[in-house]
Design a protein around this ligand. Structure first.
Ligand code: TYM
Length: 334
């Protein structure tokens, strides 16, 4: 098997990036740049599996790019581009549609969540979305994929598809089986309003999430309103498990402050949640508002952003075409 380590990950350009994307994905993207070659993709083709207004989609691609850069992804170190600009993604996705099995896709919980009760009305794209995700990763023969916990099942499917391709076409170890890299501290940032649901762009209430572009004022209001508990913070982690919103706030605090969960819980035990909220608000403002300001600054120069995408696309396309040439041969396409 090729020993070369390569990171690939993607983010959908479907609106404001939020704290979940930041802690679950972007911060890891940034730190991995120091260790490995990284490819980061703005997955616009994934976004259109649910209808997007064309003008909004165009704006959101640049906003997502600005978010990547503001968080610290360096276009001189990593390849950054938008998915639709490298046509190899769709070509490989078609080939993998023919490798992947209906039974595998039928198990995908995210499709069930996103399609809702009437799945007959969901787009076919939404159903085969995990195959496109496998194509994104395998097109570059990526070995490591930093994601939040919500993408774990899709990553497992990508591994199954890679394995079946290698078996079907008699090319053991051709596609590496991509490994998910999921943050140990906080793999799933939950909604500020309902600690059993993940923080998400699609949640109706803006009070459920902290957006990277939120002002200090908005952060203060959102944390103040965030659901917690009327009793003091418990000492025992098992007690906290029963209070998912409070647990989420402590995990966010622990992750951003770089203090272990146990240490934070020890410090906070017996105190009111208002104490935690005051501290959390302060570190969130320090961590998030500079990123938001940088996003706005970057968005003022759209031609610079487009230039970064163009350069990224050229670099990505070279790797994609090299790999596709071999993939076509393996499959028997002339
Ligand atoms: P997307 O756009 O929904 O989310 C982008 C990244 O943010 C993570 N994330 C979270 N992490 C922790 N807590 C949360 N509340 C939270 N919300 C989002 C996601 O896990 C993800 O890492 N299918 C993917 C995009 C994709 C992709 C790929 C990822 C397409 N192709 C190939 C990796 C490799 C998605 O919809 O992510």
């Amino acid at each position: 098997m090729s020993k070369k380590k390569l990171v690939f990950s993607g983010v959908q350009p479907t609106g404001n990036l939020h704290l979940g994307n930041y802690l679950g994905a972007l911060k890891n993207f940034v730190s991995l740049q120091k260790e490995m070659k990284c490819i980061y993709c703005i997955v616009d083709l994934h976004a259109i599996t649910i209808y997007q207004k064309p003008d909004e989609l165009r704006t959101n691609v640049l906003e997502t790019l600005a978010g990547f850069l503001a968080a610290g992804i360096d276009p001189d170190k990593s390849i950054i581009f938008n998915q639709s600009s490298v046509s190899g993604h769709t070509e490989l996705a078609w080939i993998l549609n023919c490798v992947s099995r209906m039974g595998w896709l039928n198990r995908m919980t995210q499709f069930k969540d996103k399609a809702g009760p009437d799945k007959e009305k969901a787009s076919v794209g939404l159903y085969i979305y995990p195959n496109l995700m496998a194509a994104d990763i395998l097109l570059y023969k990526a070995t490591h994929v930093p994601v939040g916990a919500d993408q774990k099942q899709h990553l497992e499917l990508s591994r199954d598809i890679a394995q079946k391709f290698n078996n079907d076409f008699n090319c053991k170890d051709f596609f590496p089986l991509p490994e998910p890299l999921i943050s140990k501290n906080i793999s799933r940032v939950m909604s500020l309003r309902d600690g059993t649901k993940k923080m998400s762009k699609s949640e109706e209430s803006d009070f459920s999430r902290i957006n990277l572009k939120d002002s200090a004022d908005q952060i203060i209001k959102k944390i103040k309103k965030a659901k917690s508990d009327s009793e003091p913070i418990p000492e025992n982690p098992q007690e906290l498990e029963k209070k998912p919103e409070a647990l989420n706030l402590i995990k966010i605090y622990s992750d951003i402050s770089k203090n272990s969960f146990d240490k934070v819980l020890k410090e906070m035990a017996g105190k009111e949640y208002s104490f935690l909220k005051t501290n959390l608000t302060e570190i969130l403002i320090n961590e998030i508002t500079p990123v938001g300001k940088e996003i706005n600054k970057l968005l003022a120069d759209k031609s610079h952003l487009k230039q970064i995408l163009k350069k990224g696309k050229e670099k990505a396309n070279i790797i994609a075409e090299e790999n596709l040439k071999i993939i076509r041969e393996k499959v028997g396409l002339i």
